[in-house]
Design a protein around this ligand. Sequence first.
Ligand code: PEP
Ligand code: MN
Length: 346
Amino acid sequence: MMLIVMTAGATPQQLEQVIERIAALGLKAHAIPGAQRVAIGITGNQGSVEPALFENLPGVLEVIPVSHPYKLVSREAKSENSVVTVRGVPVGGDNFAVFAGPCSVETPEQTLTIARAVRSAGAQILRGGAFKPRTSPYAFQGLGEPGLVILRDVGREVGMPVVSEALDERSLELVTEHCDMIQVGARNMQNYSLLRLVGKTRKPVLLKRGMAATVEELLMAAEYVLAEGNYQVVLCERGIRTFADHTRNTVDLAAVVAVQRLSHLPIIVDPSHGTGRRHKVIPMARAAAAVGADGLMVEVHHEPSQALSDAAQALLPEELAQFMRQLPALLPLTGRHLAQALELSA
Ligand code: PEP
Ligand code: MN
């Protein structure tokens, strides 16, 4: 893999010439605009590409062989932090975004009640599963497309972009049609055919870390999406499997720091699936904000005992509201501020 860095003053014609030469070799060019200059990633090569083919073209500053197995997601490809915009809400950069909502969309009333509560608490993006990856085939599997329609309509009503999980090709089509962001869950992080399909869409993607995936494997999974031309990926640390049994999973906050060193992509933390227990969610959410995560995903239910999935980890709306009042004290520690929510069209 190689990265071609253009000079700050390179013209569009010079950029085009480099891209044409890459295409002439039968390879794929990915122009990655940066604040100072454009970098061009090359993919599609099996072996190495001769740097001399590009070094002397006008407008080329440097030809850098990329040492990591991932390319487009790497800091080498783009030094400044990416901002992914989810129907108007920015995630990443200095924006801290809160994704909140029920584990599953259950009824229009349940979804609207929870959405109103999380929106007024200050969350910007509404989550809700309609295609649920359940451990047991006998457990509630989600409402399917009708659930997505409920989520979409509620999102519009309360003024929040919506995200929902796609499990396979068919649900991906539906999530792409109805939602503002596509979630790929922990269990599908290494479903490479799904990742390629997600990469062919032009919707923002929330990619959750697999429960036994290394940081490198997470970045390689994101690379599949970017390699197809979809650069709008937000990563999510949601806890990994360890021997610990005091939590459902072990929230690996050091992964946030590791990812931010290696990649320009935003990374948020999900302390709900990460801990599995309501009383542990807010303390870990505070820790995630302090460590420098770009946002949070939390599950909320107004009647947790009635929740059809993940009841034990659902926050009460008031618990989220109280935490959101603490956030402004934490975010300046890492140079962040709360992302701007959508304007309510009165
Ligand atoms: C979810 O967010 O609804 C979910 C199923 O999470 P994960 O894929 O992290 O288990
Ligand atoms: Mn859940």
